[in-house]
Design a protein around this ligand. Structure first.
Ligand code: ZN
Length: 485
């Protein structure tokens, strides 16, 4: 009885086990089928996202792209634009910030990029597939600025796969006050290039040691054009470098960020204050032959009182004697230029001596305020080949000569300035070593402001009035600074 019962129990157990095994088998089969199905679906999805054939599939293709790009969108909302076409298609996302002027600028920039893409690919064949894909990042900066980066990728169909043929990064910074794009000179004090150049040389030789291109040092030299693709982020300023300019092409666009802490003294405390309206008249006051403490400080007192800036072309020997004046100029955001070491006629010196006049002055300036000259003016306006070769800065003359050294009268200086019909775009020459010139400045600054002129540095004047990125070694002579030539 017990045995039979035990046997039955065993049989029941075995039957139960067989049944369980069968269920497991079915489950396993189902699982395999599910896996296969999933794999097929995934492969299909993968294949379909590799290219596109019509408006709907381009839409899908674009949203895949927007998903895979990893971005920071910290300001406003996103506007999406999809233009499907054959052969050219465009898919873009860009920010809408709610600031009317800023949004108008952003829309303009995005539209220009699309037009550029259409023009660049005019020759594409009807059955080609070329797509421009663009996404963006936005940053709150903790300052009076919003940072925006547009990341653009161009892809072309090759053997039924879309291949990336070009990628670009465009960085912008907008003033939250005016909504206008800000340029380097509104954000940084004039000597920022020196700081950036030093930082970037260290960064790239460390991080990309084996991938640097042959001429990378040229692209990291302290020239403004090397450091004008940058964005302000939450933590610092990120600079971008085009493929193949600093690091080998296959690395694509490379970037490096300098923290706000490391930029202390280089970045302006109040960005928006320096906003310049390019549509309004502007003039650049320039002072040669200083510094001389009594008169230079009197001029600086006046400029500081009215919250305006000017450019000082200083003599190296005076810089070495009175470094505190230079330090004050830098702190007030004045542009500091070089006027040689000892005021010789550079045309009559050997190239070697010209170089010495320039280098020695830059050393003295760096010692006084941490920056080299951002502009150069040869004594007597006498430019020459050696100056162009060694200045390492734009060479800037003037277009209004006050003859202050000759008259030594504030009244005569004012007469010259008032006698110019339109001062917009002009560079006014004075000297910072005469009491009469300082007195003239005290009359001139309020008069110019009342007339509606913005007072800017010569670099700002080039940038805003003449749409010119100041170039090292380029000569901006007497004839340059006239808008109605
Ligand atoms: Zn001079």
């Amino acid at each position: 009885m017990t045995e039979t019962n035990a046997e039955r129990r065993r049989e029941a157990r075995e039957a139960k086990y067989r049944k369980k095994k069968k269920i497991h088998k079915i489950l396993a089969t189902v699982l395999i089928l599910v896996c296969v199905a999933a794999a097929i679906t995934a492969t299909a999805a993968l294949l379909s996202s590799d290219t596109y054939k019509d408006e709907d599939s381009f839409q899908e293709y674009a949203s895949e792209y927007f998903k895979e790009v990893d971005e920071e969108k910290n300001v406003g909302s996103t506007q999406e634009v999809i233009h499907f076409g054959a052969p050219l298609s465009v898919a873009m996302e860009y920010p809408v910030t709610g600031h009317k002027t800023m949004d108008a600028y952003i829309k303009g920039i995005v539209e220009d990029l699309e037009t550029q893409f259409q023009n660049d690919n005019k020759k594409a064949a009807k059955d080609d597939k070329v797509a421009m894909l663009m996404d963006y990042d936005t940053y709150k900066t903790g300052r009076e600025a919003v940072g925006m980066v547009l990341t653009q990728e161009k892809r072309k169909e090759v053997k039924r796969r879309m291949e990336t043929i070009d990628s670009q990064v465009y960085a912008y910074n907008f003033s939250t006050e005016t909504g206008r794009p800000l340029t380097a000179i509104q954000i940084f004090n004039p000597g920022y290039k020196t700081v950036c150049s030093k930082y970037m040389n260290e960064f790239f030789t460390d991080k990309y040691k084996d991938q640097l291109v042959k001429d990378y040092e040229k692209k990291l030299s302290d020239s403004e054009e090397n450091f004008n693709n940058f964005v302000l982020t939450e933590n610092g300023v990120r600079f971008y470098f085009d493929p193949g300019t600093v690091v080998e092409e296959e690395e694509g666009v490379v970037s490096a960020e300098i923290s706000y802490k490391d930029l202390e003294g280089t970045i302006r405390e109040e960005i928006a204050v320096r906003a310049i309206d390019p549509d309004k008249p502007m003039v650049a006051l320039t002072f040669d032959d200083g510094p001389f403490p009594r008169t230079s400080n009197r001029i600086l007192d006046c400029l500081e009182q009215y919250g305006v800036v000017a450019t000082f072309f200083e003599l190296g020997q005076n810089v070495a004697a009175y470094p505190d004046v230079i330090k004050r100029e830098a702190e007030l955001g004045m542009e500091i230029g070089s006027h040689s070491w000892s005021h010789p006629n550079l045309k009559e010196l050997s190239a070697k001596k010209v170089k010495r006049q320039i280098d020695k002055t830059n050393k003295a300036l760096e010692k006084a305020c941490g920056q080299k000259a951002t502009v150069f003016r040869p004594p007597y306006g006498n430019n020459c080949k050696a100056v162009e070769k060694y200045a390492n800065a734009p060479i800037v003359l003037w277009s209004v000569d006050t003859l202050d050294w000759k008259s030594r009268k504030a009244k005569s200086v004012m007469k010259v300035v008032k006698g110019v019909k339109n001062l917009d775009g002009r560079v006014i020459l004075m000297h910072s070593i005469y009491d009469s010139s300082a007195e003239a400045v005290e009359k001139m600054v309020p008069w110019l402001l009342k007339k509606g002129y913005q007072l800017v540095t010569v670099s700002e004047l080039l940038e805003y009035k003449y749409n010119e990125t100041p170039q090292n070694g380029k000569f901006y002579g007497y004839g340059y600074f006239y808008i109605d030539k």
